[in-house]
Design a protein around this ligand. Structure first.
Ligand code: ADE
Length: 246
C-alpha cells in the first residue's frame, strides 16, 4: 500500500520528512515530493499549501506520477459547532465543498456540474474505519504518556462526521452561520479536504482526512490558530500520520 500524504503546513512536513528512509526528492511544478518508507510502509509526502486548487493539484500529481493507493490529509480546522473545542480531533466520514453554489444557474435545480452532481463526497467506509482506529490508538498512546513532545494536558475528544471545505479562512459568526444553515451536519471547516476527496473520487482512490480543531472559526480565530500552530500541532500530525501508515 503506497500512501500519498499531504500536509498544508511546512512545519509538519519537515518534521515527518526526517523519519523517511530511502528518501528521494522530486520536483513537480512548484512542489517537492518526498518518497520513501517509514517502518517499511511506502509513502510519498508533499506540502500542498493552502486552498482547494493547491490540494487538488498535489493530489493529482500523487495519483498520476506515483500511483498512490490512498490519499491522506492531516491538518487543522476551525470548529463550526459549539460543542467542538480547540484540540478536539475530527475524522471525516464526508467532505463537502461548502463554497460551491450553482443553484442560481438556470435549468439546474440545485448544485450540479457536468461531472459531479454533488460536491459532497463520502469517505470510503474502509478508509474511515482505518482512520478511526489510528486516532483511537493515538489517544491510547497519548494517555499512556508515549508522546513527550505533546503537552501532557492534551486530552482531546474525537468526533466522526462531515468536514466542510472552502477557499476562505472563516473568522466570523456570520461565516459560521452561512455554513451551518446550508450544511447542518458539518462539524468543522478547512480549506483542502473536499478538494482532495473530489480528485480521489475522480480516480477511485480512497481518501482520509483528519483535522485537529485550532480555532472556533469566530472573531478570535486568527489568534488561537497562530498559538496552536506553533505549539503541538506538528507533533500531533506526525504521530497520527505514522499510525495511519502502519
Ligand atoms: N483551518 C483552520 N482554521 C480554519 C478556519 N477558521 N477556516 C478555514 N480553515 C481553517
Amino acid at each position: 500500500m503506497k500512501t500519498g500524504l499531504i500536509g498544508a503546513m511546512r512545519e509538519e512536513v519537515l518534521l515527518l520528512k526526517k523519519d523517511i528512509q530511502n528518501l528521494k526528492t522530486k520536483q513537480f511544478g512548484s512542489r517537492e515530493f518526498y518518497s520513501g518508507t517509514i517502518n517499511d510502509n511506502e509513502l510519498v509526502m508533499c506540502l500542498s499549501g493552502w486552498g482547494k486548487v493547491a490540494a487538488a493539484s498535489t493530489a493529482t500529481t500523487l495519483i498520476n506520477h506515483y500511483q498512490v493507493d490512498q490519499l491522506v490529509f492531516i491538518g487543522l480546522a476551525g470548529s463550526v459547532q459549539a460543542h467542538l473545542n480547540i484540540g478536539d480531533i475530527v475524522v471525516a466520514n464526508q467532505l463537502i465543498q461548502h463554497d460551491v453554489d450553482l443553484s442560481r444557474l438556470e435549468g439546474f435545480s440545485s448544485v450540479e456540474s457536468p461531472f459531479w452532481k454533488t460536491f459532497e463526497f463520502d469517505v470510503f467506509p474502509h478508509s474511515g474505519k482505518k482512520a478511526i482506529q489510528a486516532v483511537d490508538k493515538f489517544i491510547l498512546n497519548l494517555r499512556n504518556g508515549e508522546y513527550p513532545n505533546i503537552h501532557s494536558g492534551y486530552n482531546p475528544n474525537v468526533y466522526v462526521g462531515a468536514i466542510g471545505t472552502g477557499d476562505q479562512f472563516i473568522a466570523s459568526n456570520e461565516g459560521k452561520v452561512r455554513i451551518n444553515e446550508r450544511f447542518p451536519q458539518v462539524l468543522c471547516t478547512e480549506m483542502e479536504g473536499a478538494a482532495i476527496a473530489q480528485v480521489g473520487a475522480d480516480y477511485q482512490v480512497p481518501c482520509t482526512v483528519i483535522r485537529v480543531i485550532s480555532d472556533k472559526a469566530d472573531e478570535q480565530a486568527h489568534s488561537s490558530f497562530a498559538k496552536f500552530l506553533f505549539e503541538d500541532i506538528s507533533h500531533i500530525s506526525v504521530e497520527l500520520a505514522k499510525l495511519i501508515l502502519s
